[in-house]
Design a protein around this ligand. Sequence first.
Ligand code: ZN
Ligand code: ZN
Length: 374
Amino acid sequence: MNPYERRTEAVQAALADSDVEALICVPGRSLQYLTGFADEQRERHLFLTVPADGDATFFAPELYESQLRSTTWVRKLRTWGDAGDPVAGLAGLFDDIGISAAPRLLVDDRMWATFTQDLRSVRPEAEFGLAGDVLADLRIRKDEAELEALRAAARAADSAMERVRALGSDAVGMTEAELAARIESFLADAGGDGVSFETIVGSGPHGAMPHHTHGERRIEAGDPVVLDFGTRVDGYASDQTRTVVFDGDPGAQFREVHAVVNEAQATAVDTVEPGVTASAIDEAARSVIENAGYGDAFVHRTGHGVGLDVHEDPYIVGDNDRELQPGMVFSVEPGIYLDGAFGVRIEDLVVVTEGGSERLNQTPRGWEPNPTGE
Ligand code: ZN
Ligand code: ZN
């Protein structure tokens, strides 16, 4: 049995223990997880219906039929043509697979409202929940094939980071956007597929805005630059951050802040092992930064799960009491942001292993163009 079919059976096992009649996915990461079919949601109705009991069935536009048959394990497929009425077709499918008049249905968390409205018109008495309530628990622990893809994506990001650092003083005078374009070509050279999120090049004061992406500011000598980027391999994302100074002297406060963030990151990663809670990892990073007097400047959670989605469970945040288990993968990315001056963030992905953790990112975490001794 292929992994996709096995995952779908696990969904059905979870549904069988509940009052849910079916889980319905649209093109996106959850559908990719269950079938391998990787596409975006578009205007035509394309659903995978996974009933608690019975066969998973695609409801799809005719033009997708051969693609779905040749690239997925799902054998049941009901199509509709552009001249037909997809809502009537969907009603027929629900009747055929025995969906009751007032079912409880779990719909893809990211299903467009227009599609949920159509589901409602087919079953006005339905009660809707979120597919993520079942899928998140499956997706949170990665199997060996998923870990291999995540490692490969992390290696591609590491390779790009080494090449960016090697630019040294050549990066001074480049705009953030020019450097971002360079990073994206490095990621592609390393075998990555696109970017897993908009590349962040936060130079000087822009680094103090955690969600600044890149703009027309030119990098100056002495600027700290937050470099946060990732790519995908086989659909799985990478995400890592280094804060570097390409040339010149960044000043004493930056040196101090960078050392604090580096220590917070190392302390949090050292805390990772099975049975420890997500909140304890957040606390490990946060306490180092608070003790150094910068608690108010650490304005976000310590990390997030990474898989097919670049932000998914488990979230490494103070109120998450979830215990870590082997196979979970998440970022550890404390930061300090000094408004109007600079920001520092250091981020690696880690896998929870039986004995502790494995870092997926291996490049030096120092700020110097050619860091040593780490
Ligand atoms: Zn990141
Ligand atoms: Zn991240």
